[in-house]
Ligand binder design. Sequence first.
Ligand code: KIV
Length: 290
Amino acid sequence: MSTTFQLDTSTSRANPTPRPRKRLTVPKIRDHKKDGLTKEPLVMLTAYTARQAQLLDEHCDLLLVGDSLGQVIYGLDSTLPVTLDMMIAHGAAVVRGSYHAVVVVDMPFGAYEASKEQAFEAASKIMSDTGCAAVKLEGGEAMAETITFLTNRGIPVMAHVGLTPQAVNVLGGYAARGRSQEEHEKILRDAKSVQDAGAFAVVAEGVVEPIAISMTKSLKIPVIGIGASAECDGQVLVTEDMLGMFERVPRFVKRYEDMASVISKAAATYAEEVRTRAFPGEDQTYQPKT
Ligand code: KIV
């Protein structure tokens, strides 16, 4: 067995490392919704690094290695330039840092749209190189055939409908979707077709609430909302957004911390101590043995 996906507990900076727990599975996530109903919503957050995964794992049912890492980690202006190699490097780190949550890795733009065979090649590489449990791809009806092809070949797929950021140039921006009757009906058709194609869950992003509610009520698979509705079967947020790392976030984000201020304050104190030679102090300095 490859050790690529396992953390070396003797070298990990986290001590003690989180206790290994039995990992949730894709069927458990799918079957969490029984007879069209979810008692307790599923919790999903994005994670891009091993340490972040360690800290989030015990609180989450799913960790998403989202291609949002392009903007959040790499400072890109969209998810479009994100590559398969980037997704694989971060996906493997998150699998290494987690024990309990189902890890889902995003398929990057350009790696799956050309054909179902191209999608299988990319998805199988993501799964074998990271050890993740599933992939996520954007698109509804247009992706149905691909979803069936992948799931029939051992690759669980989470779908993503509504506001699909990889289609930003077609959509013309990141505004909420489904305000017209035509768009409303299209999004519901997309959701139904990814379910029928075999997706085990679907992310509904940036849709007007009535769409999210009817999707949640009508689908058998869990609907995970982001900018959707509290009535969804689960919720996902970009972790850095909910931690308050950025000044500009979408309206649907709730900030649970103000990490940007915490980091800035710590850096300012460090800078001050370096400049005044207060750091390093005695505790941080090695002396010869006497
Ligand atoms: O890339 C991502 O983080 C996502 C979530 C916002 C759902 O797709």
